[in-house]
Design a binder for this molecule. Structure first.
Ligand SMILES: [Zn+2]
Ligand SMILES: [Zn+2]
Length: 316
């Protein structure tokens, strides 16, 4: 077993304990990882031509794209960069709007999301991390199990992260507690709103049904997999140009769909940075939106990356 460079670094910061990382993943587990990630997406896309013209049209596509963008940005800009990591400050109206948009992604109520994600950073890829793919070992079977656990298996754990420990600031904010408790309502809104819009735009009941299916259900499922891929894929595969004490990696194929969250190696190296895609050509749509909000004065004290910050976290 040869320890990787990351393993050696982790060992030194670990006080001489056994290396965190073992052998490289073999060909078949690697292949299986791709299949698991790409398979469901391909299946949904493959269904498109069969449904086109009778059960799917441009109105459904447009609504799905709109609600996908709204809710993913609610998670990336709101739940993640703002509420979890405090990458900027926001005016009250913007704060509530971001909490609602993120809730509409159906990734759990806001207090749970923030507490889970702060725990992920506190223990990343170690015991205590709610969704590390590395908790079961490095054999092919252990990695398949780890991938499943990191991607979605962990969600079924009934033990909730202690919000009093990990999110006391959120608990102290009455508006945030209210949005948290309204999660059921926002669940209904995110599914019913596309149906209503689809019905009105096509002036038909059938239009409401197809919009409910594509822009409601399929859109939520698709967005789930994109977000979960940050927890699974981006902790397994990709480049690691920055110093993070875990296996977080930059996985470029997901950069656009994840709205910048796939630049996950930089994020773990510098968690409060408002921009994750900091290198040349690394498109980060969430950072661009924060920039627009800043220009309007809706957010302020944004923690943009600086050359000094980047120099501190660049891997040697
Ligand atoms: Zn992570
Ligand atoms: Zn994070």
């Amino acid at each position: 077993m040869t320890a990787t460079a990351e393993g050696q670094r982790a060992t030194t910061t670990n006080g001489g304990a056994k290396p965190i990382f073992g052998e490289r993943r073999g060909f078949w587990p690697q292949f299986g990882t791709y299949i698991f990630i790409l398979g469901p997406f391909v299946a949904v896309i493959a269904a498109v031509p069969f449904a086109w013209g009778w059960g799917l049209g441009w109105v459904d596509i447009g609504l799905a794209a709109f609600f996908y963008t709204l809710t993913i940005l609610g998670v990336t800009v709101g739940f993640h960069r703002y509420f979890t990591h405090g990458a900027f400050k926001a005016k009250r109206g913007m704060r509530i709007a971001l909490a609602i948009a993120g809730s509409m992604a159906l990734q759990g109520p806001i207090l749970h999301w923030v507490a889970d994600h702060r725990r992920h950073h506190a223990f990343s890829d170690r015991e205590g991390d709610p969704h590390s793919p590395w908790l079961f070992g490095t054999s092919p079977i252990a990695l398949m199990r780890g991938f499943w656990h990191a991607h979605m298996g962990w969600i079924f754990d009934r033990k909730l992260t202690n919000a009093e420990r990990f999110a006391p600031d959120m608990l102290a904010d009455k508006d945030m507690v209210r949005v948290h408790k309204q999660f059921g309502m926002w669940t209904a809104v995110t599914l019913v709103a596309p149906a209503v819009l689809g019905g009105l735009l096509t002036w038909s009941w059938w239009g409401a049904v197809t919009a409910f299916f594509w822009a409601g259900l399929v859109r939520v499922g698709f967005a789930h997999h994109v977000t979960w891929s940050t927890n699974s894929v981006c902790h397994m595969i990709g480049e690691r140009p920055f110093k993070s004490r875990d296996k977080a990696a930059n996985f470029w194929p997901l950069a656009i769909l994840s709205m910048g969250e796939a630049w996950h190696n930089l994020h773990h190296a510098d968690p409060t940075s408002a921009r994750h895609g900091v290198l040349r050509g690394q498109i980060d749509i969430s950072a661009r939106l924060i920039w627009v909000f800043e220009k309007f004065g809706w957010v302020y004290q944004v923690r943009w990356p600086t050359p000094e910050r980047l120099a501190r976290v660049t891997a040697d």
